[in-house]
Design a protein around this ligand. Structure first.
Ligand code: PCA
Length: 324
């Protein structure tokens, strides 16, 4: 087998010397489980590019944070350790507060509103990415974010002291403002964190709770619809600049398909996964009146903080959205 592999590698090199373009393998780290729709969409995108470029660019996805953990993926692309990868950009609000545009509480609560907000925010986000040597390929939303607990919770007062799993600045701030103790944990690690009691609560989509079978440890999911964050597939800008126009066209066409399919799946997955949580034994339903009004008050504080951190650019996004 080894000899065969070596021979094939030798042949590949020999052909490459005469072939018009070198085949390039692009490893694509992704942070979420292989069964998640973001990862399924990424795998289809990879296949589309590999086929469409006739193998000149072969993309290999690595889901579940197996190549790089979520928090390290963006830097790995920026520095060219990998050419391409997928990351939840709101996890990088400490670099630029604008990355948190999709985690401003209660600015939008449905896929349709979120899509309108994204249309407005996208040019600004692409600009920030370009400054960081990154080029946006496509982006897919997560379903609306709700609260998970291991007990019934009817108000913010009930949250006091709970260990809360956070995934970005907004979620950590939400924990602080509700008297909970935030601990940052990647989605790939949450089943274990809940099983061992390192965390007892989180804000996330039904999708992530379903993927990680959180009903084994948690009992309640409250549909708060606080915001809809997005995942972004990005490529290193220097590497992108070297891609032929023909191959760029293929990647862009595959990206369009992926964004469409991923968004469609996100919507389909919302009801399916909430039903899955209930089937697992969890109590799933809307948050009560007191909890909603407590959270809205905290949301106002967080919105004011985000607007202050982002200045004119953040205000312009919110104003344009509200003017619609
Ligand atoms: N799932 C991801 C981010 C948002 C979501 O719904 C997570 O919990 O890490």
């Amino acid at each position: 087998m080894k000899i065969l592999k070596n021979t094939l590698a030798g042949l590949a090199c020999a052909t490459a010397l005469t072939a018009p373009a070198l085949a390039d393998t692009w490893d694509m780290p992704m942070a979420y489980s292989a069964s998640n729709y973001h990862s399924a969409t990424g795998a289809e995108f990879a296949e589309c590019v590999t086929t469409g470029t006739g193998g000149e660019i072969e993309i290999k996805t690595h889901p579940s944070g197996s190549l790089f953990a979520g928090a390290d993926i963006k830097r790995a692309i920026q520095t060219g350790q990998v050419p391409i990868g997928e990351r939840l950009l709101s996890g990088h609000q400490n670099e630029n507060a604008l990355f948190g545009w999709d985690s401003v509480p209660f600015l939008v609560s449905s896929f349709d509103e979120h899509a309108k907000l994204w249309d407005i925010a996208q040019p600004t986000i692409e600009e920030v990415l370009n400054e960081q040597n990154l080029h946006l390929i496509y982006s897919v939303p997560w379903p609306p974010q709700g609260l998970y607990f291991n007990k019934e919770v009817n108000s913010v007062a009930d949250m006091e002291g709970i260990k809360f799993r956070s995934y970005n600045n907004a979620t950590a701030r939400l924990a602080e403002l509700t008297g909970m103790a935030p601990v940052t944990i990647e989605a790939a690690e949450i089943s274990q964190a809940f099983a061992t009691g390192v965390a007892e609560s989180m804000i996330s989509s039904g999708s992530t709770g379903y993927d990680r079978k959180v009903w084994e440890s948690l009992s309640h999911f409250y549909e708060v619809d606080a915001w809809l964050p997005r995942n972004y597939v990005m490529v290193n800008a220097d590497i992108w600049a070297d891609v032929s126009d023909a191959n760029k066209n293929v990647v862009n066409a595959c990206a369009k398909l992926a964004e469409y399919a991923g968004t469609w799946r996100a919507k389909e997955y919302t009801g399916f996964t909430l039903a899955g949580l209930a089937a697992g034994g969890m109590t799933v339903g809307p948050a009560g009146e007191q909890l909603v009004s407590d959270l809205r008050e905290i949301g106002e504080t967080m919105t004011a903080e985000w607007l202050e951190a982002t200045g004119e650019k953040g205000q312009a996004i919110v104003d344009a959205f509200k003017a619609q």
